[in-house]
Design a protein around this ligand. Structure first.
Ligand code: GLP
Length: 252
């Protein structure tokens, strides 16, 4: 795993955006995997600036979201479909629907999950997948205990995750209890992965994901099996890494 320790969230955004730019240079019609949450916002801002400056175009790209709450319709500002439309498709100049989001309002959620995995496969797989990480080590919504080979499916959210995401809802009780999420096995099929994290609250998760044993108790640790996974963190998120000096010297 490649670990890059950046100065701050803005620097994380710039470095991760560089990875997107490199993929788009090679393949303008790339298939991209987008994450929601606060951590990737600086990445999308950096990408939007490059699009506005005419340096980068997402016009020919397609994409896939990682996850969606069950029961929150796409037009609702708390849905991940809303985030994808307003934080990614519009600022990056992608047509509506260019990024597919699991359908958390489907009558048959299991079929919707299966359909989502098939859509990724029919697109030829994901060239670059961006990830954040939960304080409990989840990626997507693969909570502790997730099968390391799991596919897109219905998951029950951990209490910790519902508390962490309550800031977007009136109260923790309003946070949905279930979601559809790409599985860990699905995520691992992306050809390259970039995980971003900032702040001290993520330090334990980053230490476990990067340097701990591969275990379903810290689902992101499965990325240690990926041949092209990069973790980009700020100093606070890197503060519990034993090999921080090594990562710094390897990057210089
Ligand atoms: C959310 C999302 C994840 C995200 C994580 C961290 O619940 N499902 O995809 O990476 O939790 O979110 P944040 O970046 O806001 O801390």
């Amino acid at each position: 795993m490649e670990v890059v320790i950046a100065a701050d969230a803005h620097d994380i955004g710039r470095l991760a955006a560089d990875r997107f730019a490199a993929v788009l240079t090679r393949r303008p019609a790339a298939v991209l995997g987008f994450a929601t949450g606060s951590s990737p916002i600086a990445v999308y801002q950096s990408l939007a600036e490059r699009v506005a400056a005419g340096e980068l175009s997402f016009a020919a790209t397609r994409g896939f979201a990682l996850d969606e709450y069950v029961g929150i319709p796409a037009g609702d500002a708390r849905s991940y479909a809303w985030f994808i439309r307003n934080r990614i498709e519009i600022p990056l100049g992608m047509p509506a629907g260019a990024v597919q989001v699991p359908d958390g309002t489907a009558a048959d959620l299991e079929r919707a999950a299966l359909r989502f995995d098939r859509a990724i496969a029919s697109a030829g797989g994901i060239d670059l997948q961006l990830l954040g990480v939960g304080v409990n080590g989840h990626i997507g919504f693969n909570e502790p205990g997730s099968s390391l080979g799991s596919r897109t499916r219905i998951k029950t959210l951990a209490d910790q995750t519902r508390v962490d995401n309550a800031r977007f809802f009136h109260s923790p009780a309003d946070v949905p209890t279930r979601c559809l999420t790409q599985g860990l096995g699905t995520i691992l099929e992306a050809r390259a992965i970039v995980l971003v994290a900032s702040g001290a609250a993520k330090a334990a998760a980053i230490a476990a994901v990067v340097e701990g044993p591969v275990t379903s108790m810290w689902p992101g640790s499965v990325l240690q099996h990926h041949p092209r996974a990069t973790v980009i963190v700020d100093e606070a998120a890197a503060s519990r890494l034993q090999l921080a000096d090594y990562y710094r010297s390897a990057a210089s």
